[in-house]
Design a protein around this ligand. Structure first.
Ligand code: C2O
Ligand code: CU
Length: 480
């Protein structure tokens, strides 16, 4: 069972952090939280028009001022890294410099990008070695909420801090910048001193179960932040889950918000959702909200008991009043279900019985050997990256993936370079076949997705629970 977020932190196996938490949590709520959200940052631009982005070591306090300093890996010394804000259709040029001790690369999650710029070390580019650099140069075709993160040893690099928002504005911005708020949500595994616990990175137990789960949550790197909102104004809240494995359940209706976009793709109209919406690792959810009264509103995760990890402070309005206008939808290629090729995506492996599903064509000895090699999961019976792709699509072909989660755990499956429609769950057609780049699947569930393979190149498909990806749940497909 994954530990739950509650009572000011999670009681991990040791049970000790709980105590530290309770004390500091109380103090924090009495004294009022001091941490404010970092303003959106623009990046230093060089003479030739490239933004400089450096991966380097740094330190930050993850657990408010009572916690110690954690050793992190950061972009431009910031947690999260600098907000990259660009306009739809714009060319983005980033000069990436690696000042870490190990190779890395940058992936622009959710961007329908030129394959050579996708940042997957070993598939679309060689990893950027320590001291070396790589120029990323691409166009952003779609407006919306995206993010960027390390894509080399991601299971180790992302939960040390190498992640940041990438916001693509509509050509005509629909929200006042003061009312357009990015909230990068991240869980961290902290030790008794509130410092990032590093000894368990890559733990086999995490990889074969729900992944590396943290015991503390931050928003834009801040512990228990206060987020200023304006009375009687429409806000856009862009939630990004950058956690390595933590699924966050959000209940927008509890704080008067409605959902307007998922994974960057906006709806025709905001949607009222009763109950919770799952925000899996890598997924984004944009909300609209117009607080009527001044005062405090709790921002909670509903994983386990409701747990408040930020407070909206609603104050008097300073921005001019505007009615709610939805951004225009991006033009994504519509799948042609008549001609679609239907392919399976069978997920097997993991602890608690899932390994059985990996037995086809294997002996007990094979299986033991795979586990020794740290391979616990498989797509279609194959664990990890192989020489040959999972499938090859002709350019423009519609592919339907019929996924089946034959494991005891939830997964968040991400396709690179493409967005897809989620058509069915457990054989039932969905009322809203939303566009996504990452879909959640629960144990025993079948999910049917469709997309047009229109972006030539080699693209990853993997679980965004990063430990699962590292231990087998990762493959690739090729578009001709
Ligand atoms: Cu968010 Cu393969 O990545
Ligand atoms: Cu997974």
């Amino acid at each position: 069972e994954p530990p739950l977020l509650q009572r000011g932190g999670i009681n991990m196996q040791s049970g000790r952090f709980d105590k530290v938490n309770r004390r500091s949590f109380l103090k924090a709520s009495v004294a009022g939280c001091t941490s404010m959200l970092a303003p959106a940052l623009s990046m230093a631009q060089s003479d030739d028009g490239f933004f400089e982005l450096t991966a380097e070591k740094g330190r930050a306090r993850l657990y408010g001022k009572d916690g110690g300093l954690s050793d992190l890996w950061l972009y431009n010394g910031r947690l999260p890294g600098p907000d990259i804000r660009v306009t739809r259709g714009q060319r983005v040029r980033v000069r990436f410099i690696n000042k870490l001790d190990e190779p890395t690369s940058v992936h622009w999650h959710g961007i329908r990008i030129d394959n050579a710029m996708d940042g997957v070390a070993g598939l679309t580019q060689p990893a950027v070695k320590p001291g070396e650099r790589f120029d990323y140069d691409f166009v952003v075709p779609d407006a919306g909420t995206y993010w960027y993160h390390a894509h080399t040893m991601s299971w180790n690099q992302v939960p040390r801090g190498l992640a940041a928002p990438l916001i693509v504005e509509e050509n005509e911005p629909t929200f006042d910048p003061a009312l357009d708020i990015t909230m990068m949500l991240n869980d961290w595994r902290l030790d008794d001193n509130g410092v990032l616990e590093t000894g368990s990175f890559g733990a086999r137990h995490d990889f074969s179960h729900a992944g590396r789960l943290g015991n503390w949550l931050t928003i834009n790197g801040a512990s228990m932040p206060q987020i200023p909102l304006q009375q009687g104004r429409w806000h856009r809240l862009r939630l990004i889950n950058s956690s390595a494995s933590r699924v966050l359940d959000i209940a927008p209706s509890r704080f008067g918000a409605r959902v307007m976009a998922l994974d960057g793709q906006s709806f025709d109209a905001p949607r009222d959702i009763a109950g919770t919406v799952r925000l899996s690792p890598a997924q984004r959810m944009d909300l609209v909200m117009r607080p009527e009264e001044t005062g405090d509103i709790a921002f909670e995760t509903m994983t386990g008991k409701p747990f408040t990890f930020a407070t909206f402070k609603v104050g008097a309005a300073t921005a001019t009043e505007r009615s709610l206008s939805m951004p225009p939808a991006n033009t994504l290629p519509e799948p042609d279900l008549e001609t679609a090729r239907i392919l399976p995506l069978d997920m097997a492996g993991g602890a608690m019985g899932g390994m059985r599903g990996m037995m086809t064509g294997r002996t007990e000895d094979d299986l033991r050997k795979m586990m020794q090699d740290g391979l616990f999961w498989a797509f279609n019976g194959k664990a990890g990256m192989e020489e040959t792709p999972m499938f090859t699509a002709a350019r423009g072909e519609t592919i339907v993936l019929e996924s089946r989660n034959d494991t005891a755990f939830a997964h968040a499956i991400h396709l690179h370079g493409h967005h897809f429609r989620v058509l069915e769950r457990n054989g039932e057609k969905l009322e809203n076949p939303d566009w996504r780049d990452t879909f959640t699947t629960e144990p025993d569930e079948t999910v049917k997705i469709a997309f047009v393979a229109d972006n030539p190149g080699k693209w990853l498909i993997h679980c965004h629970m990063l430990g699962h990806a590292a231990s087998g749940m990762m493959s690739w497909f090729e578009v001709g």
